[in-house]
Design a protein around this ligand. Sequence first.
Ligand SMILES: *[C@@H]1O[C@H](CO)[C@@H](O)[C@H](O)[C@H]1NC(C)=O
Ligand SMILES: *[C@@H]1O[C@H](CO)[C@@H](O)[C@H](O)[C@H]1NC(C)=O
Ligand SMILES: *[C@@H]1O[C@H](CO)[C@@H](O)[C@H](O)[C@H]1NC(C)=O
Length: 477
Amino acid sequence: MLLEYFIFGLITFLMTGAQCEVTEVFAEAGSQAVLPCKCNPSASSPPAILWTQVNKGTVWRKLKSGLQYWGSSWTQKGVQRVRCPHSQFERNDFSLQINSVTEEDGGVYSCLVQHKDNSVENVVILRVIRVSVSSAVPISGDDLSITCKVTPWPSGAKVQWKLNNSPFYITVDRDTDKSVVMQKATRRLSGNWTCIVSYKGKEGRASASLSVKGIMQPPKDNTKLYAAVGSAVTLPCVFAPGLNPFGSEWEKLKSGTISKTALGQLPPSFSLSSQSSRMPWDKSARVEEVGYKDEGSYRCSGTIRRQKVTRTMQLVVAKIDSSTPSKTKAAVTLTCQLTDASDVTDYEWVRVTYDINGTQSVGPIQKGKTISISRESDEKWGEWACRFYGKEGILGNITYHVPLMAGLTGQKSKGLSHNTTAVAGLSILLVVLLLILVQMFKNHQRRKRIFQYPALETIVHTISNEREERERNQVKN
Ligand SMILES: *[C@@H]1O[C@H](CO)[C@@H](O)[C@H](O)[C@H]1NC(C)=O
Ligand SMILES: *[C@@H]1O[C@H](CO)[C@@H](O)[C@H](O)[C@H]1NC(C)=O
Ligand SMILES: *[C@@H]1O[C@H](CO)[C@@H](O)[C@H](O)[C@H]1NC(C)=O
């Protein structure tokens, strides 16, 4: 009896149509969405299938005979945007594929599978996610908004943002039907923006890429540039490739003022980099010989699409102060001085030597801002370099030439006498040379005179020969 009731109940349930659970499907706008519709195997004959979008009518249907029909809005120029792959039918899978989903496709769908004696309905909610940016190529400084829209919006969903795969936290406004990130455009915000929506255990995501244009180098304001006194330095100001900033200029801001109009003097050897003519977006400048007074704030600016973009940077100049403590005259003290040492965490000193090929090599490292060098040792004079480091590594270096003797009064005179001896020696050598030359000249002149009278020489020769002959004969006799 009980079993009969159960079977009867089951049949009525199946006859009136069973409804599966509502399935949530997320799809990114433009991608392919798959709306599942799977049923338990039942009758052997092929079922009739009807896919409808609630309130919008038929999407696709297949009669028992196998004839297919498409809803008019799903066919464009003979191309169907939806399909139900036949290959899956054997497995009782009647899932619907929608290509290039749009926000309008979002909504409730029903899949009705009709067998001879029963029908099963699957309900699917398709939620289309789209991330849009207010401007795909904003200029840095612009107001920027990145919007994540889900159609239809799942109330109570959790939204998470990622920028280049790392979480980007924003305060979420719960009452809206979308999630919006509002920021001032900076280079930092360039990249892939992904919105991740979690709802009822399902997760959907969509991305958009953003490229903030403006000054790419230096990447942020107040970037510090380090240069040694007397060296050359490039002040970078590189706009995004392809941009042609209008009315670009360089200014030096007067130190100690925040006012935008207080301008200082650009260094005398300041010039625009030669790159600029080849690449109009490169407005870098160069200072050929940095002076200690050239330190301070520099500002580069240019106008792109009627918007002025600026970048400021700090030139920090390094120099070496040397002093000779009065007590120990044979020693010299070197101090590494920077106009702004706020970012410097470490100083070190090395002695630099060069081999015959000009290859640089350095001696042992000595830590500290100041170093004391004894010049009595041969190993100490020559080139010394002070390297300064920040948190992220080396910031720069500056070299100083420690003279062997100079600067020491006691040894200076010794050095002078040394020189005098050398000069005296040289003079003597010169005089000797001169004398030799004069002698050679005299000899030469004499020989020249003899050659002027070759006949006379022969006569003299003959006379002497005759005399010898006569003398020999006298001896014989
Ligand atoms: C952004 O995403 C696209 C597609 O997902 C990928 O091809 C690209 O490499 C990503 N770019 C970055 C900077 O992560
Ligand atoms: C100098 O250069 C030559 C050839 O380039 C090389 O054979 C030699 O070893 C180098 N000498 C030193 C001291 O590096
Ligand atoms: C100083 O810096 C220059 C340029 O970065 C580098 O070529 C040189 O080797 C450095 N000198 C020392 C002693 O570190």
